[in-house]
Design a protein around this ligand. Structure first.
Ligand SMILES: [Zn+2]
Ligand SMILES: [Zn+2]
Ligand SMILES: [Zn+2]
Length: 478
């Protein structure tokens, strides 16, 4: 194989050669196949090719018989901050998953007829838990003062309720409470924690509002209409989660059938807005506190029209890209951490804002498991089962593609004429992560990979061509 002769690879290669001898190029190839994953896992074992007809073993391939004696599997971490190449792969999968539900994807078994079903892109915000510094941009692009007024001028803790600054985009004060004593951190953490329950209730109650707007009974509506959705969670700088979702109406038998009753995207948008304004969940917080969890008042719903890409409100590809991008983020944009906290002392040591620290402490008291996420339970991208394809299906397609490119398997398959070959893999874990030299190799592979924009793949650009261009997301206050 050809190894790029850039200085960053040559030196680590010398180190790898000292360690693996003639197996060094094979190690580089394994790292290349993970896409330059930052912390792959190391497996040893064997693949056994078996005849589907007779069950007879056709061939074996052991990692022991080949340099370097192990295989590497990419970590598959979704988070951009943890592993850029794995996150990029996840983002692309997320894009396909969302886009397939907007425009259909016959190859992956999603009926193209979904493109004509009523579809809404909605953003659900969190309510206010206290005043925070913010950057307010008016329609002409000018930045307005943060908090120009407030009666009375100081709060009961003596803090000013006013801030006349026009905050720059990079101002670290944005999202921080004007008065930490006034800010209800416990409620904010509890809200994040209850978001899943609030979402489920929203989807449950949506048909009710839709039935009311359609002038039919809920029972009648349910026989002819199904709700499908895909949603992502996005952390705001103040540490609260927003939800962006595409919500689609299908017929009684799912995506392949049209919804009954002549529902339109406009009517669906109206029903989503009404549901969001009304739905509530009561939860029990720490110290016997009861809290009613509701959406904030800023709800944005817009009908999508993926059928007529150049007209109407349609901007499906933009929406899919937008949702996919958030699927790879984590709580860090809201001041959280990208990994679980085992001991509370970590919160005090973490390099986070004071605002995030108080919120994280509150979240830790509610559930230590989700404190790093400021209470949020971590389902960044979720979807209704019938919305489109699954991540597992997309991974299976990729595995099948890789299997086709495997020369050993190709040979076995060629010999087994007229017989199906089943591969059983018996591998065990022997370690994870990379050595310093291996890390340098992985970094150079990442550096030479095509940029995400160019690496979007045929399908993605094909969809982008079908659908209108991306439009910036609705601008909502932090
Ligand atoms: Zn990885
Ligand atoms: Zn301010
Ligand atoms: Zn105060």
């Amino acid at each position: 194989m050809v190894v790029p002769a850039s200085p960053s690879v040559v030196e680590p290669l010398a180190v790898l050669t000292r360690r693996y001898g003639s197996g060094a190029p094979a190690v580089v190839e394994l790292i290349r196949r993970t896409g330059g994953c930052t912390s792959p896992i190391r497996l040893e074992g064997e693949s056994v090719a078996v005849s589907a007809r007779s069950g007879a073993v056709l061939a074996r391939q052991s990692t022991r018989s080949q340099a370097p004696g192990f295989v590497l599997v990419a970590c598959g971490n979704r988070r951009e901050t943890r592993c850029p190449p794995c996150s990029e792969r996840y983002r692309r999968d997320a894009y396909f998953l969302v886009a397939a539900g907007l425009a259909g994807d016959e190859e992956k078994g999603v009926s193209p007829s979904v493109a004509s079903h009523p579809l809404v892109f909605a953003t659900f915000t969190a309510p206010s838990f206290g005043a925070v510094h913010r950057r307010v941009v008016d329609p002409s692009g000018g930045v307005r003062p943060c908090r120009p007024g407030g009666q009375p001028e100081v709060c009961e803790h003596g803090a000013s309720r006013r801030c006349l600054e026009r905050h720059a985009e990079s101002d670290p004060r944005i999202g921080q409470a004007l008065c930490p004593d006034c800010y209800d951190y416990e409620a904010a953490a509890l809200w994040n924690e209850s978001l899943g329950a609030l979402w489920r209730r929203t989807i449950t109650y949506l048909p009710r509002e839709l039935a009311a707007l359609s002038g039919v009974s809920v029972a009648a509506l349910r026989t002819g209409v199904r709700v499908a959705y895909a949603k992502v969670a996005e952390f705001q700088v103040r540490g609260s989660v927003h939800v962006h979702a595409v919500i689609r109406l299908d017929g009684p038998d799912g995506p392949a059938t049209a919804p009954a009753g002549g529902a339109t995207a406009q009517r669906l948008a109206g029903a989503v807005a009404r549901t969001a304004a009304r739905v509530a969940v009561t939860v029990a917080g720490p110290n016997g506190r009861e809290m009613v969890i509701r959406w904030g008042s800023q709800i944005d719903t817009r009908p999508l029209n993926t059928r007529s890409p150049r007209g109407g409100d349609g901007h499906g590809a933009g929406v899919a890209g937008y949702l996919a991008k958030y699927a790879t983020k984590d709580a860090q944009s809201g001041g959280g951490l990208d990994r679980r906290i085992r001991v509370e002392a970590v919160i005090e040591r973490a390099e986070i804002s004071d605002h995030a620290r108080v919120l994280m402490r509150s979240a830790f008291r509610i559930s230590p498991r989700w404190a790093h996420n400021l209470g949020f339970r971590g389902h960044f991208l979720t979807k209704a089962r019938r919305y489109s394809v699954t991540f597992a299906a997309l991974r299976a397609v990729r595995a099948e593609y890789r299997a086709k490119a495997d020369p050993w398997l190709a040979q076995v398959r060629a010999r087994a004429t007229g017989d199906q070959v089943v591969v059983r893999r018996n591998f065990h874990y022997t370690g994870s992560g990379l050595s310093l030299a291996e890390r340098a190799v992985a970094a150079s592979i990442r550096g030479s990979a095509p940029s995400p924009a160019r690496a979007q793949g045929g399908g993605e650009s094909r969809l982008a061509g079908l659908l209108p261009r991306a439009r910036p997301a609705p601008g909502l206050a932090p």
